[in-house]
Design a protein around this ligand. Structure first.
Ligand code: SIN
Ligand code: FE
Length: 296
């Protein structure tokens, strides 16, 4: 990649429903797997009864977002207001269904393998937020690797839609290709211990036993966020996602940071590496090449 950062690929002609040209789907899948951010002019329109979620105070305590599990009826992270919670659940549920349908049509190669994860609504302004710890600070360049939810090598595919009511863009930065990142940070990852992984699961720190892949990814996430020299100097490209735009990324692969913006929906979808067209580009295969052994 010319400037040393991930690319942004414009995808026009894909809606929440209707046909998608096979050539477009092909280009989208190839770009996604190459580590590009797909950008679509595709708004998520709130129904008249739902617009209060972008105006009212919806977050409980110090929560950053409201979320809905893939089979859940109720949202987490919202204030105690039954009416508001119903509206949040219905908007998140619709976002979940629409993104799942779009994923099936835009990436037909993945069809049977897509596993729907959580949906979130992120109403809070990112800029100026008090950060409790660098590891939780998403204004720093990072890859997504969940502390409590091991993925065992599966890909993290994320859909985002900016629903800012004042037409304000969400400001992201995207960084270097994963292969480059991994070569820099993998040597700094501490040795994996199965005994520690079992203990973390027994203590319910993790929801299942962390694989060596999850261990490496989480440590790369933490080490890069805490490396102030890297954060200052790493190559990056600013990307502004307008209100009414949707973007799709493998967020375990694309180095990213969010600098500002409020009101966005996000959908997480998991995908086995073997369902990819080019599994060699996956973080799992890249890390396995570098370590010379199976990691998940
Ligand atoms: C992240 O995954 O880093 C957060 C993205 C965002 O909230 O825009
Ligand atoms: Fe992230």
């Amino acid at each position: 990649m010319d400037d040393g950062t991930s690319q942004v690929e414009s995808i026009v002609g894909a809606g929440w429903s209707g046909g998608i040209d096979a050539a477009l789907a092909d280009r989208a899948t190839a770009a996604l797997e190459a580590g590009s951010v797909l950008r679509l002019p595709l708004p998520f329109v709130l129904e008249p009864g739902e617009t209060r979620i972008v105006r009212d105070h919806v977050l409980a305590g110090h929560r950053k977002n409201v979320s809905l599990g893939p089979r859940a009826q109720n949202v987490k992270g919202a204030v105690e207001d039954a009416g508001l919670r119903r509206v949040l659940a219905s908007a998140c549920g619709r976002y979940q269904r629409q993104t799942a349908e779009l994923a099936q049509r835009l990436f037909p190669a993945y069809l049977a393998a897509l596993e729907i994860g959580r949906t979130s609504f992120r109403p809070a302004e990112v800029a100026g937020r008090v950060q409790q710890s660098p590891r939780k600070d998403d204004t720093r360049l990072h890859i997504d690797a969940f502390p409590a939810t091991p993925v065992h090598g599966r890909r993290v595919l994320r859909f985002f839609t900016n629903v800012n009511p004042d037409g304000v863009a969400r400001h992201w930065q995207v960084g270097e290709p994963f292969e480059q990142l991994a070569a820099t940070f993998l040597p700094r990852v501490p040795r994996y211990s199965m005994a520690v992984a079992l203990a973390l699961a027994a203590l319910r720190v993790t929801k299942s036993v962390r694989s060596e892949y999850d261990h490496c990814m989480r440590h790369i996430h933490d080490i890069m966020k805490c490396d102030t020299a890297y954060q200052r100097a790493a190559a990056r490209q600013d990307v502004h996602f307008a209100a009414g735009e949707t973007w799709i990324v493998f967020s375990d692969q694309v180095v990213h940071a969010v600098l500002s913006g409020r009101c966005m929906f996000e959908q997480t979808i998991y995908l086995p590496v073997t369902a990819q067209r080019f599994p060699v580009r996956s973080p799992l295969r890249v890390l396995e090449r570098l370590t010379g052994r199976a990691l998940a």
